[in-house]
Design a protein around this ligand. Structure first.
Ligand SMILES: Cc1cc2nc3c(=O)[nH]c(=O)nc-3n(C[C@H](O)[C@H](O)[C@H](O)COP(=O)(O)OP(=O)(O)OC[C@H]3O[C@@H](n4cnc5c(N)ncnc54)[C@H](O)[C@@H]3O)c2cc1C
Length: 408
């Protein structure tokens, strides 16, 4: 087992990891090593054979695969030490990482470690959908990698489950590769994307059923049909595949297995306003913080947290014990969910980001040390991004709480 050290190690070469590396290099950080388990940079964007990616960060629109290549060019241009085929197996409390690659296991160490490992979609097994085990049950991510990297289409008439932004990507991938979805099913009462995007299935002539879920998958060898429950009615849909889209969760297993704190609301690492974890060696950015944002958002977040790390490592800052941000139901998550007092770093997470767990009508409010400092009334949708500018006084507060006064 070998051992080498860097100023900063970044785990994950999606938009947030690459953006952070560039920001740190521009700020003068010396040795930056980026570890990526795949053979290319780009992360989840590489699978997407559609646009739009890159408008805000590069001033032009790319399809996902071309965007990944642009990230590789940028990493080369800024002389980042990218190590492909390197998968991180565990995080040590002292910043030592156990890394697996074709050469075997090695320990790498750094003064700071940034984790940008993204998200994963919830598979059939994790959704606990019963039935036979035929071929043809996939997530959007795996469908898109079959299509993009192996020119394989696993079905022609799938049923699609979900109604998030990624579901549109799933429908688009089907339609542009010779498959015609039989139906789109949303278990909840409303589509999770707003108008006009929620009209997309109907515009394409695909039935969109709300309050509908799969209760059985049938097929010997291949998928032949699914039983669905729509309200109180059970019916059978003939199809040759099932595509589970969305329900993303942060790829935070490294935190869970290494004993570093996870924020159970978001499922990602607990971080402060600089993107720093409770263990001050570790930082996190991009989708691993919370499911799920766009590529452009992940890039900008990576860049901001990269700036904060650069400033930290170049000696501007000291860390203090953080205060936990608390919240009421039906708020699902708040990021950052820790606040440290002390010097303000450039970059970091300027706003609080929130999500609701379910539809709710009423007033969302923020109290700092018992005083209400912000409020907004509205109808709140699950999975919809909510941002609240973080008041400066939170940096010296002992109690920071998001509350909710429901109506009806
Ligand atoms: C199907 C789909 C369609 C999408 N369509 C769009 C779109 O049209 N427009 C848009 O803006 N966004 C889109 N997105 C969202 C966009 O892809 C993400 O927001 C963005 O990729 C997130 O970037 P990230 O850097 O946080 O994580 P990711 O891009 O997920 O990158 C994480 C990286 O970490 C690596 N990694 C994970 N664990 C380890 C480990 N232990 N060791 C080493 N490496 C590791 C992974 O291999 C991966 O490369 C889509 C996403 C999906 C899944």
């Amino acid at each position: 087992m070998t051992h080498s050290s860097s100023d900063v190690i970044i785990i994950g070469g999606g938009p947030s990891g690459v953006a952070a590396a560039i920001a740190m290099r521009k700020a003068g950080v010396g040795k930056i090593t980026l570890l990526e388990r795949e053979q290319h940079l780009g992360g989840a964007t590489r699978h997407c054979s559609h646009s739009p990616f890159g408008m805000l960060e590069f001033g032009r629109v790319y399809i996902g695969s071309a965007y990944g290549k642009r990230l590789e060019m940028e990493a080369e241009r800024y002389d980042i030490d990218v190590r492909y085929g390197h998968s991180v197996a565990s995080l040590g409390e002292d910043g030592r990482l156990l890394v697996s690659s074709h050469t075997g296991l090695e320990t790498l160490a750094a003064k700071r470690v940034l984790v940008t490992t993204g998200v994963r979609e919830t598979t059939r097994a994790a959704r606990m959908v019963t039935g036979d085990r035929p071929v043809g049950v996939v997530t959007t991510g795996s469908l898109q990698s079959y299509v993009a990297f192996h020119n394989l289409m696993p079905f022609r008439r799938p049923v699609i489950v979900g109604s998030e932004l990624v579901t549109l990507s799933a429908i688009w991938t089907c339609l542009s590769h010779g498959a015609r979805p039989v139906a789109v099913l949303e278990p909840g009462p409303h589509a999770l994307v707003g108008a006009p995007l929620n009209w997309f299935p109907s515009m394409m002539g695909i039935p969109f059923h709300r309050n509908a879920e799969i209760i059985d998958i049938l097929g010997a060898g291949r998928v032949e049909s699914v039983k669905i429950k729509r309200g109180d009615v059970i019916e059978t849909l003939e199809c040759d595949g099932v595509l589970f889209s969305g329900q993303f969760t942060p790829e935070a297993s490294l935190f869970q297995t290494s004993g570093l704190n996870v924020n159970w609301g978001s499922g990602g690492p607990a971080v402060d306003q600089d993107g720093r974890c409770e263990n001050p060696i570790y930082f996190a950015a991009g989708n691993v913080l919370r499911a799920v944002e766009t590529g452009g958002w992940a890039f900008r977040e990576g860049r901001s947290v990269g700036m904060a790390i650069a400033s930290d490592i170049l000696g501007d800052v000291s860390g203090t014990a953080p205060v936990k941000v608390t919240y009421d139901q039906p708020i699902k998550l708040v990021v950052p969910n820790l606040i440290r007092s002390g010097t303000s770093l450039p970059g970091g997470l300027k706003d609080f980001q929130l999500r609701f767990a379910r539809y709710a009508k009423g007033t969302l409010f923020l109290t700092v040390d018992g005083r209400e400092v912000w409020q907004r009334r509205g109808t709140w949708h699950p999975e919809k991004r909510i941002t609240v500018t973080r008041p400066d006084k939170t940096r010296s507060a002992e109690n920071i709480h998001f509350g909710f006064r429901g109506e009806g």
